[in-house]
Design a protein around this ligand. Structure first.
Ligand code: SF4
Ligand code: SF4
Length: 183
């Protein structure tokens, strides 16, 4: 209880904002490290998941918003199933990405932000994803033109990538969803 009162006193504006956006209690985290022990991407990131929660509790907002961890999170929910305090860090990372974008902070992993934006634009305009056009746009925007070419060719040969996009019915409803969920 005493520990929780201390954390409550230390909570920053961003910590409260992220709790509100994500519906998760960051101040319930007591740094056991279970989330980090199971996270499949923390080895490649500059911060571990439990460091993200601790830095938010301590008001180190900039360090968190600029970190690669918030972009590398794969949303696998391993942390949520392991956390004894019921914290889902994938929801926290979603909220942190949103907060970083709204503040104009450059992404810690620019290619991942480009992928998110391209995916959402394609979903909004076409109602579904046409992988080939989306990947081509992604490559052009990230300027990684020739990476994964062999993999792409293999997928194409195995019929895993459709050459022509098929339209969806009720595209207006897709637009309604995007309008309703704008932050
Ligand atoms: S949801 Fe994100 S933070 Fe949690 S274990 Fe998966 S990759 Fe790591
Ligand atoms: S598992 Fe939960 S309580 Fe433990 S460090 Fe991670 S978020 Fe905090």
């Amino acid at each position: 209880m005493v520990g929780e009162r201390i954390l409550l006193a230390e909570a920053s504006g961003l910590c409260e904002e992220i709790e509100r956006r994500s519906g998760q209690s960051l101040r319930a985290c007591y740094q056991c490290g279970e989330c980090t022990a199971g996270c499949p991407v923390s080895h490649a990131a500059d911060l571990t998941p439990n460091q993200v929660t601790r830095l938010l509790q301590l008001g180190q907002d900039n360090e968190v918003l600029r970190s690669s961890m918030i972009w590398l999170c794969a949303g696998c929910e391993t942390c949520a199933t392991r956390c004894p305090r019921g914290v889902s860090l994938s929801r926290v990372m979603d909220a942190l990405r949103e907060a970083a974008v709204l503040r104009g902070i450059p992404a810690g992993e620019p290619a991942i932000r480009t992928f998110h934006e391209t995916f959402l634009r394609a979903a909004r305009h076409h109602g579904r994803i046409h992988e080939i056009s989306m990947l081509m746009e992604c490559k052009l925007r990230s300027r990684h033109l020739f990476s994964d070419l062999l993999l792409g060719a293999k997928l194409l040969l195995k019929g895993k990538l459709a050459l022509i996009s098929s339209p969806v019915r009720d595209r207006d409803k897709v637009e309604d969803i995007f309008s309703a969920t704008r932050p």
